[in-house]
Design a binder for this molecule. Structure first.
Ligand code: ZN
Length: 130
C-alpha cells in the first residue's frame, strides 16, 4: 500500500489514493471505448477527492448507477463510481501523477455485454468496432 497523487490536466481536480496497484483494466462498453479508458480499480476507502466536488461534472447514462466524473474546466475524465461495484472507483491511470502506466499489466473487461436499459443518449449500442 502506498500513496499516489492524481490530477486532471489543468489541476482543478486533485485526488489521493492509498492503494496497492496490481493491474489496470480496459472496458469495451460504448462510453469507455469513446474515452479510450485505461483504469485502476480502488475501493472508496482508498480514494480521497482533495478538491471540491464542484470541480467535476457528472455524467450518467443507461442504468444511471455508474457515476462518471470529468473536470469542469479541462474536460479530462478523472474517475468514476462503478456500476458493477458501486463502492469502488475506476481511476483514469493517466491522471495518476508520476506513474509509468506501461509497467502495469492491463486486463480487458467486457462492458459491451452489460444490459442496456436506458434510451438516452442512444437506444442501441452497436458494440466496439473491431
Ligand atoms: Zn482540469
Amino acid at each position: 500500500m502506498r500513496e499516489y497523487h492524481g490530477s486532471c490536466h489543468c489541476g482543478n481536480v486533485k485526488f489521493l489514493l492509498n492503494t496497492t496497484i496490481s493491474e489496470f483494466t480496459t472496458c469495451d462498453c460504448s462510453l469507455c471505448v469513446k474515452k479510450n479508458a485505461h483504469m485502476l480499480k480502488v475501493h472508496e476507502s482508498e480514494f480521497t477527492l482533495q478538491s471540491d466536488w464542484d470541480t467535476v461534472s457528472e455524467y450518467q447514462w443507461n442504468t444511471r448507477v455508474a457515476r462518471h466524473y470529468f473536470c469542469k474546466r479541462c474536460g479530462i475524465y478523472t474517475f468514476h463510481r462503478k456500476r458493477s461495484a458501486p463502492e469502488f472507483f475506476g481511476i483514469n491511470v493517466y491522471c495518476i501523477d508520476n506513474l509509468d502506466a506501461s509497467s502495469i499489466n492491463t486486463v480487458a473487461t467486457e462492458g459491451a455485454n452489460m444490459t442496456i436499459e436506458c434510451t438516452e443518449p442512444r437506444d442501441v449500442w452497436p458494440g466496439p468496432v473491431r
